[in-house]
Design a binder for this molecule. Sequence first.
Ligand code: PAF
Length: 306
Amino acid sequence: VPDLPRVVESIEAVRAAIKAARDAGLVIGLVPTMGALHEGHSRLMEACRAEADFVVVSIFVNPTQFGPSEDFSRYPRTLDADRARCRSAKASLIFAPTVDVMYPNGNSTAYVEVPELSTVLDGASRPGHFRGVATVVMKLFQIVGPCVAHFGQKDYQQLRVIQRMVEDLNLLVSIRPVPTVREPDGLAMSSRNRYLNPDERRAATVLWRALNAATDAVHKGERSADRIRQILRQTIESETRARLDYAEVADAATLSPLNEIVPEVAAVALLAVRLGPARLIDNTLLRLGAETPDVARDPSAKGDPE
Ligand code: PAF
């Protein structure tokens, strides 16, 4: 089909295409993915296309971010469908390298680590995960060059790790966070949702219900982070199929656990829950509601970390 975006496998080919676009004065955009694209990825690509003329979508199931007992080999690979979705979102080029292209010497000898943000939450449950993410994203940034790059807020900790890497290493990449896209019943879209059987799929709304219960509590005046953690935990535990990995209320910038929700510090509630074969994550920023009008008035109050 002629109007499908071209798929290139080699670093030379993607660099040549990007150089031609850059020489023609086009702004380059990048949407890094592991494929199995869904509506959430479409929003990333559309947001990227809205500010970049030439959007590169990378599709690479990155082995270095999977633990030995994780789902690397069964992670869904759906290149034909992905390509059709890239076309609908007006992506310009797909970079789909093999593992050998990205890691020609076997494992990397050099890794990028963002230790402060990578050892808590998902980093505690998945040792080495964020080192693998930061390393492959750094490699993609080196391959693509200066660009705007779009990442979903669904993977909140990943977003913070990448933002921090870009700041700390002065990379010429502008990171754009894109809000989580949800199914009509609130479940955050994820390629891993397809691991769920119908019963587990119904139970999976418990993450969104828990986050809403936390948000409601904050709107009603709850300020104790422990109490909000308890609300999150209790909601997850009310679903017998769900096994809680973590429920945290953290500083949205540093991801350190909070004691209290205060206007000066943006807060985020984060969850990881196992349901059958899937491990699902979700999060929401906890905003102080109308009962604290001084937040809105105070120009020095921190808003969202983005
Ligand atoms: O979010 C993902 O799909 C992956 O972690 C990423 C950013 C493409 C790195 O492999």
